[in-house]
Design a protein around this ligand. Structure first.
Ligand SMILES: *[C@@H]1O[C@H](CO)[C@@H](O)[C@H](O)[C@H]1NC(C)=O
Length: 217
């Protein structure tokens, strides 16, 4: 190889690596069942001794059960991430069931580590996300039973039941631990509060509006 060949090769390799690292890394063994009791610090959970691994570590029960939607949002998320299903550790994937009361809402939120693909199992659901600055374009759709919609990684999105009956959706997520940043909770419900003068300027409203919002989250 000439020097320029080596440079091109190195550049290509670097580009491929940066692409690959935009997603969770591929596992280096068949599985790595999460050992919740280990205090070892790794990116994810430490692996349980393979001799102790059983089928139950790869099993979650009860996703057919409706979540309790008696709350101000009228919705309930039942996650199946590495926190509930230890066998998901290092596999870069998770599920979530969402139940919606009539007109129930999943408020605007972001998954910092996952793309989400949602399918409607029951009812009619409005789903939407907003593109990043400067366009901030709203992409939204009314979905019926059997329809599928994808929320690209890192973008703010929401769902709403647009019917008078109950609705159910099932989501796949491209992370064992997608994380949820609910916009209202982050901005108005942080601990301690972000200073209301700062938020009043940021949102271009009177401080009393911010004070009111901060008491709600
Ligand atoms: C649902 O949640 C509400 C509010 O927390 C509670 O009062 C009610 O008992 C729950 N219902 C069931 C079936 O668990």
């Amino acid at each position: 190889m000439t020097e320029s060949h080596i440079m091109v090769f190195t550049l290509l390799a670097a580009m491929l690596c940066s692409l690959a690292f935009a997603f969770e890394p591929s596992p280096l063994q068949d599985f790595c069942v999460a050992d919740y009791s280990s205090s070892a610090r790794v990116n994810g959970h430490a692996c349980l001794d393979s001799n102790l691994v059983q089928a139950t570590h790869f099993t979650y029960n009860g996703l057919h059960l409706p979540g309790n939607t008696s709350n101000p949002l009228g919705s309930k998320v039942t996650p199946v991430t590495v926190g509930q299903l230890p066998g998901l550790n290092t596999l870069g994937i998770a599920l979530a069931r969402i139940d919606y009361a009539p007109w129930g809402v999943i408020p605007p939120h972001v998954h910092p580590r996952a793309t989400e693909v949602l399918t409607v199992l029951e009812g009619s659901i409005e789903a939407g996300f907003v593109t990043s600055n400067p366009d901030n374009k709203l992409i939204s759709k009314m979905l019926q039973k059997g329809d599928v919609f994808v929320f690209p990684m890192g973008l703010m999105h929401y769902q709403r039941n647009v019917g008078n009956g109950y609705a159910v959706s099932l989501s796949g997520l491209s992370s064992q631990n997608p994380g949820i940043v609910t916009v209202a909770n982050s901005v108005f419900g942080s601990s301690p509060d972000i200073e209301s003068d700062l938020l009043a300027k940021a949102f271009q409203v009177d401080r009393t509006v911010i004070d009111q919002l901060q008491t709600k989250f």
